[in-house]
Design a protein around this ligand. Structure first.
Ligand code: DGT
Length: 230
């Protein structure tokens, strides 16, 4: 028993010196990313990094998320540059566990949200160019490790109904067309692979199911994620 404990400890120590197995949890707004992360709270040896939405809602008292939704032409650039910083911070945060689960990433910020803002003209081409240069610079100069992407695939109408129900104040005016466009960008990035680089293999999960059934669906991903935990 003692030897087993020592072995396990040494295993943990060596695992902590290695890079963690890093999983990005991606999917449309309201697809259940937070719930997915919460499911993994029950396991040891996993670091869970939830999205910094609260930081976006309160930067020195300013709600950047709200400003962005209320006046996108004015605030999209400011919002996305702060998203870039907070996401980079999450990617770079050291972890002592062998597995790291992270909600969203620099990739979805660039390939879904910024891409959408560029295509619909919310971002001026010059603003887009600056954000894109930041993304390329970070990508080139700073190591960002990703081993697996969990894609919570949903139907736009289903998540639109959820968004209305959860009633996050900033999101009250989000139209179905916006959710449909974001859905298409996630699909093009993670499934069709038409325009953007996909940094790791993708595990797709049916996230349309409601809360009572979704745990079974989440369990299917446990093996792939936990096999790296000591
Ligand atoms: P969940 O748990 O799947 O319901 O996840 P949500 O909906 O809490 O999180 P997310 O990332 O899908 O959406 C956060 C809010 O921020 C949402 O109103 C969309 C908005 N947003 C705008 N630009 C960006 C961006 O570049 N990245 C992210 N993550 N959110 C952005």
């Amino acid at each position: 028993n003692f030897c087993f404990k020592v072995d396990r400890l040494l295993g943990k120590m060596s695992a902590s010196n290695l890079k963690p197995f890093t999983v990005l949890v991606e999917g449309n707004i309201g697809s259940g990313k937070t719930t997915f992360l919460e499911h993994f709270q029950q396991f040891q040896d996993i670091t869970l990094l939830t999205e910094p939405v609260e930081e976006w809602r309160n930067l020195k008292g300013w709600n950047l998320l709200d400003l962005m939704y209320k006046d996108p032409a004015k605030w999209a650039m400011t919002f996305q540059s702060y998203v870039t910083m907070t996401m980079l911070d999450m990617h770079r945060r050291p972890t002592s566990t062998p597995v790291k689960l992270m909600e969203r990433s620099l990739y979805s910020a660039r390939y879904c949200f910024v891409e959408h803002m560029m295509r619909n003209g919310t971002l001026h081409p010059a603003q887009f160019a600056v954000l894109d240069e930041w993304f390329r610079f970070i990508h080139r100069e700073i190591p960002i490790d990703v081993d697996l992407i969990v894609y919570l695939k949903t139907t736009p109408q289903v998540v639109h109904d959820r968004i209305k129900k959860r009633a996050r104040s900033e999101e009250q005016c989000v139209p179905l067309s916006y959710i449909e466009e974001l859905h298409k960008l996630h699909e093009d990035w993670l499934v069709n692979r038409t325009f953007a680089e996909c940094p790791a293999p993708v595990l797709m999960i049916d996230a349309d199911l409601d809360l009572s059934q979704i745990t079974e669906e989440y369990k299917k991903s446990e093996h792939q994620i936990l096999k790296r935990a000591v």
